[in-house]
Write a protein that binds this ligand. Structure first.
Ligand code: PMP
Length: 308
């Protein structure tokens, strides 16, 4: 397994992967991206990710250099090249079994380089990049023991500032949210909107369980429509677990029996500490574990290590 980068169709090792310093992705975060992972070597929910990439590009008026079929082909070529490059690293001793031997795929499309200036019309040469690397995923302990999350002081950008349904490279407030979370010893930062409602994690969607019902903020809360969030909503329906998309405030997080976060890289991870307080019994709860078992069945491979 090797890290390889596809830059505009040329597959090269990381040290040779270059884009211009005049690229607007570098200068302004004027780009869109997706993070996809594999199961048994195959990209998971690829169509949903490619549809969201097209949506993100459309929302910011970026003409994608590759269409969806070409993007899928380039991802496939890059994965095949990385697999063929061999030199597999030994799996981390604490890796969850379903993450061993799998791949992380990041697709970035920028508006391109051009004369310096904010005007998007200055952009020429839109760039497309695919980064493929061995999957860096949470250790098994994250699923068995849960993780700590904190509600950070950094607020979520209002929908009127940056359309939250577009996954763009303009990410500074989430970088600062993670910085704050790490300083407080937490795995994930949870962001509030300017009115104090819970939105999402820095790179995850958030759910609470109270009295057997699952609740998560609605898309109207100004959040990314997470692909994993969508999978979890479908799984809850199939499992007969009541699920409400409703606005949440921090006291509802603190009073919840269970809290969990979802993302492509993490699947479903229990949050067992919120700041300095335990969530519920301080262990992954039964509803989170049930949903993770269902997720593991859907994605295939080893069963959930979550006890619940
Ligand atoms: N919200 C934000 C802000 C994110 O960056 C991510 C990660 N892509 C998510 C939610 C989770 O989305 P997904 O399940 O599609 O990875």
């Amino acid at each position: 397994m090797a890290t390889l980068v596809n830059v505009d169709g040329d597959i090269v090792p990381p040290a040779q992967a270059r884009v211009s310093v005049f690229d607007r992705g570098f200068l302004y975060g004027d780009s869109v991206y997706e993070v996809i992972r594999t199961y048994r070597g195959q990209p998971f929910e690829l169509d949903a990710h490619l549809a969201r990439l097209a949506h993100s590009a459309e929302r910011i008026g970026l003409a994608p250099p590759w269409d969806a079929p070409r993007t899928a082909r380039e991802i496939g070529r890059t994965l095949a090249a990385a697999r063929a490059a061999g030199g597999d690293p030994a799996p981390a001793p604490d890796a969850a079994p379903w993450n061993v031997g799998e791949w992380y795929v990041r697709v970035v499309m920028t508006r391109g380089a051009g004369e310096i200036g904010l005007d998007p019309a200055l952009a020429v040469n839109p760039a497309a990049v695919v980064i493929v690397q061995p999957l860096p995923a949470p250790p098994a302990s994250a699923y068995v023991e849960g993780v700590k999350a904190v509600v950070v002081g950094v607020r979520h950008a209002p929908a009127a500032v940056v359309d939250p349904s577009a996954k763009t490279g303009a990410h500074l407030n989430h970088v600062l949210a993670v910085r704050e979370a790490r300083a407080r010893g937490a795995h994930e930062a949870l962001l509030l909107d300017e009115r104090g409602f819970v939105t999402e994690g820095s790179s995850s969607n958030v759910f609470v369980v109270a009295g057997g019902r699952v609740r998560t903020p609605p898309l109207a809360a100004g959040i990314l429509e997470g692909v994993t969030r969508g999978v979890v909503l479908r799984l809850a329906r199939a499992e007969g677990i009541p699920m409400d998309e409703v606005p949440l405030r921090p006291p509802e997080l603190e009073a919840a029996d269970e809290v969990f976060i979802t993302s492509t890289m993490r699947e479903i991870v229990p949050v067992t500490r919120l700041g300095e307080r335990a969530v519920g019994a301080g262990r992954p709860g039964p509803v989170t574990a049930r949903l993770h078992r269902a997720f593991r069945r859907l994605a295939g491979g080893p069963p959930s290590a979550m006890l619940g």
